[in-house]
Design a binder for this molecule. Structure first.
Ligand code: HEM
Length: 506
């Protein structure tokens, strides 16, 4: 009798609850936008119902809650105590001052099990060692130069010819998908020294890019769900866990193939003799600290770092610029003197700006930062508390608690950015003497803060500036009316329905 009761309960928690959760997650996007659950703390389920009802709009919902609660709140979910914050003082405490007390933790590593033992999931001394290695690789001037050359070549031979074709027919297309292909190539080339060719005339399948998206989408569900639920689903290989399992297989196959083909064929970035052997993989293959497995994991981590972030922010930049023609004019005015110095840059010709030429453009960079403030590609960070602590805001956290840091909310707080915090205004980044204002990373958290700050920030800025300058200078963009532009339920801020645009050659 007791055993049968126990197994019924087990069945309820391992099968029924996860199914209801996942069903509601998917359904929540179609629930009326007026629906709003009061965050009642129910027995057993605690605030899970409120969370599910608001999932369709989770980032804005969290921003509203944090704005009402002086940037800090507590959330109770089954089996978990969560402290949610976007308070810069707390962020500095968590990411810098008392950083060792707030690792990512084992649950985070379990959620991203495919990236197990990569820099993305590890803490402490192993993270410090991997980071040091990576820092030395990424600071190589040769590598940075070849990444710049890659970006330029892919623009010239991939993205801009495709855009020119689309402009000549005035046909609508999904800008997010094309950018995703372009950035996939751009991330893979410096890593493996091989061009996957996703932006090309035959537009190959994006199976691998889709597998990466699945990791981030199912990762989001795992973050929100009680952990015993998703672990049970993983064991039974059902629902999103089944999709994730298939994505893991695709990713493993891709990375292993790329490593093998690199080992067999050699290969170099952008097919230039002088750049032979400057790809990231070459810096790892002969390192005795990296076994085949270590190599696989390091390359996988790189793909996510480079591809997901830039690929996510560029569509938001283009979307915002399409709504703000005055901002586009200011950027074009900034580019104009450089364009006019270029040989053959007459009317109708395609112009590509070299990273060095646009490095010092303040307004263009301010526009990128303004978009990163409002649409950070990684909208939240998650940490675990090692020992009881008191936050600068006065909130107590206990060992084992989870902390969610809402990066998305921080960019939308009046107390942090002023009354116009929701306005898209690049000038907030520019001082009176026309220099970029310094904003500390615990207030502008899009590139993370403290000892785990993004290692690719400068490379990312260089690539984003090069792409945005080329697209804006050469094309007028119109966002097709009637679309619903909103973030996907994912650990990265992808647009849920893509971004359908039309282009016109200038
Ligand atoms: C717009 C572009 C980018 C943004 C917004 C961004 C943001 C971030 C964030 C938020 C993290 C912390 C992740 C976490 O620990 O949870 C991070 C880490 C990292 N990023 Fe970036 N990133 C960008 C581009 C890049 C690029 C292009 C590269 C590589 C060339 C790169 C390399 C890394 C690496 C290696 C780490 C791990 C650092 C560590 O854990 O110690 N990032 N980035």
């Amino acid at each position: 009798m007791l055993i049968s009761l126990f197994s019924q309960e087990l069945l309820f928690f391992t099968v029924v609850v996860p199914f209801v959760f996942v069903y509601l997650c998917y359904r929540s996007s179609s629930i009326s936008k007026n629906t709003s659950a009061h965050a009642t703390n129910w027995p057993i389920f605690h605030m899970l119902p409120a969370l599910i009802v608001n999932l369709y709009n989770i980032h804005d919902c969290i921003a509203a809650v944090l704005a009402q609660n002086s940037q800090n709140t507590r959330i109770h979910l089954p089996g978990r105590r969560i402290f949610m914050t976007c308070d810069p003082a707390n962020v500095r405490h968590i990411f810098t001052t008392n950083y060792t007390n707030f690792p990512k933790g084992m649950e985070f590593a379990a959620i991203f099990d495919i990236m197990d033992r990569t820099l993305f999931t590890i803490d402490g001394e192993p993270a410090r060692r991997q980071r040091a290695k990576l820092q030395s690789v990424l600071s190589s001037p040769q590598l940075v130069a070849s990444m710049a050359a890659c970006c330029r070549n892919k623009l010239e031979n991939g993205l801009l010819p495709f855009f020119t074709d689309m402009a000549s027919t005035n046909a609508p297309f999904d800008m997010q998908e094309v950018i995703s292909r372009f950035i996939f190539d751009l991330a893979a080339m410096p890593i493996f020294g091989v061009d996957p060719g996703l932006v090309s005339s035959d537009m190959l399948s994006v199976e691998v890019a889709m597998a990466m998206d699945t990791v981030m989408e199912v990762g989001f569900i795992r973050h929100m769900m009680p952990d015993f639920c998703w672990k049970a689903m993983r064991r039974l290989n059902i629902g999103p866990e089944r999709k994730l399992h298939a994505a893991h297989t695709v990713l493993q196959g891709f990375i292993k193939n790329m490593i093998e083909s690199k080992k067999i064929k050699g290969g170099c970035i952008c097919n230039r003799e002088e750049q032979q052997g400057v790809d990231i993989l070459s810096s790892y293959v002969n390192d005795p600290d990296y076994s085949n497995d270590g190599l696989f994991r390091a390359m996988l981590g790189f793909m996510f770092a480079g591809r997901d972030t830039i690929g996510t922010i560029l569509p938001w930049i283009f979307y915002n610029l399409a709504q703000n023609p005055n901002i586009v004019s200011v950027i074009r005015n900034e580019l104009s003197p450089i364009a006019s110095r270029k040989i053959g840059a007459g009317r109708g010709a395609i112009v590509i700006f070299e990273p060095e030429e646009i490095k010092s453009l303040v307004y263009l960079q301010a526009t990128l930062f303004e978009t990163l403030r409002l649409y950070p590609p990684a909208p939240f960070e998650r940490k675990t508390v090692v020992a009881d602590d008191i936050m600068p805001s006065g909130h107590k956290v206990k060992a084992g608690d989870t902390i969610f840091i809402s990066v998305h909310s921080m960019g939308r707080m009046e107390d942090v950015w002023g009354k116009d915090c929701h306005d898209y205004n690049p000038y907030r980044w520019i001082s009176e003497d026309n220099k970029l204002c310094y904003v500390p990373s615990h207030k502008f958290l899009s590139f993370n803060s403290g000892p785990r700050t993004c290692l690719g920030k400068d490379i990312a800025i260089m690539q984003m500036k090069t792409v945005v300058a080329a697209v804006l200078w050469n094309f007028d963009m119109e966002v097709v009316q009637g679309q619903s532009i909103q973030p996907k339920m994912s650990c990265i801020l992808h647009m849920k329905n893509g971004l359908i645009v039309k282009l016109k050659k200038r």
